[in-house]
Design a protein around this ligand. Structure first.
Ligand code: TXA
Ligand code: MG
Length: 336
């Protein structure tokens, strides 16, 4: 099939056309169970560069490599530790990314010059079929402009890039927030796990999956140790300012606070006159599924701001992952 570029830009594509675009070295919006990705084949540095240019992403922020099988994952790394095998068997395809020592062929554009590569097998039939048909893995960050709210529908991708990126429509993402990222280092008697980004799969589940290997398990959590490059402070940001505030503070300060922010903000030329209150489901799985769609809807006129009140019942690892996104998405943060 011969397609001119203008014909396909911003289209919703079928599998055949999707693979063709990737083969010729262009970027493409693909569905996964977490969020939509902006994909390119890993063997082509020019295609990889297009990801960074399209997103406006700095080159120091490394990309995740998406594979269709454990076999394909093994080909991308120097060693495939027992722990990786256990975790992949248990959670793949699914929202878990493993950071391991990279094979030589992995481009520096993918790893930002690191010796490690992030790997995951997405739980989405279309994504898996595309990778299989293409015959090689896909590098794919979330399909949003750098620092902005991630996309959880194909429509979000079309809107984000004003129709300049084609996308395969695989429906609304079932998980809704990005994968859990864990760096794994293993010796004969010890496994070190560093949680680089929280997600739907908890460290607790990961730890209990590794118990059967009878090795000492050492956990490093973000904040206490290194953070993933690219896990920058401001991220996931909607198009209007978001206030992140804990319930007790909201109850004591409330509307007065909005007026104060309004005053400060008027000087900066934005306002808190017509806020949208971001209301999340009490089930974190459902809250995650709806999070990015709700952030986008809340950003629409007539709203000029978003208020998120953190309730005390938002406890546990899944909530931590959601709250981490919202804190990074906020312009103002008021914590007890
Ligand atoms: O669910 C997901 O993971 C989605 C879908 C599309 O798969 N992808 C995603 O990609 O969230 P992105 O680019 O938005 O986030 C990737 C993050 C980087 O910002 C960085 O923090 C981390 O993965 N990362 C990638 N390679 C790494 C490495 N070698 N070492 C440490 N962190 C790495
Ligand atoms: Mg992202």
């Amino acid at each position: 099939m011969n397609l001119s570029k203008t014909e396909i830009k911003g289209d919703y594509l079928n599998l055949e056309r999707a693979v063709e675009i990737l083969k010729r070295g262009d970027v493409l919006g693909i569905p996964t169970e977490t969020v939509y990705g902006l994909a390119a084949k890993i063997s082509d540095d020019n295609a990889l560069r297009k990801i960074f240019h399209t997103k406006g992403r700095p080159f120091f922020d490394p990309l995740i490599v998406h594979v269709a099988s454990i076999e394909q994952a093994k080909m991308q790394v120097k060693e495939w530790p027992e722990g990786a095998q256990r975790l992949a068997e248990k959670f793949w395809p699914g929202p878990l990314t493993l950071v391991l020592n990279k094979q030589n062929h992995i481009s520096e554009l993918i790893t930002s010059g690191l010796e490690t590569v992030a790997l995951r097998c997405p739980k989405h039939t279309l994504a898996l079929k595309i990778i299989q048909e293409l015959g090689e893995p896909l590098a794919a960050p979330s399909a949003n402009k750098f620092g902005k709210t991630s996309p959880s529908t194909a429509q979000h991708v079309i809107e984000e890039f004003a129709g300049m990126v084609s996308v395969v429509d695989g429906g609304a993402c079932q998980v809704g927030i990005e994968s859990t990222i864990v760096k794994l280092t293993e010796t004969s008697n010890r496994i070190e796990l560093t949680l680089l980004r929280g997600g739907a799969i908890s460290l607790e589940e990961i730890q209990s999956t590794l118990k059967c290997l009878n090795k000492e398990i050492v956990i490093y959590r973000p904040g206490t140790n290194i953070e993933a490059p690219g896990q920058i402070k401001h991220h996931y940001m909607p198009s209007i300012p978001l206030l992140f505030i804990e319930r007790p503070l909201w109850d004591s300060l409330g509307e007065n606070l909005l007026q104060k922010i309004q005053k400060i903000n008027n000087k900066l030329n934005s306002q808190f006159e017509n806020p949208c209150f971001l209301d999340l489901n009490s089930d974190p799985a459902q809250a995650a599924r709806e999070l990015y769609s709700k952030l986008r809807t809340c950003s629409l006129p007539p709203h000029d701001s978003i208020v998120f009140i953190k309730e005390s019942v938002y406890q546990g690892e899944f909530w931590l992952a959601i709250l981490d996104r919202l804190e990074r998405a906020s312009s103002f943060k008021l914590l007890n």
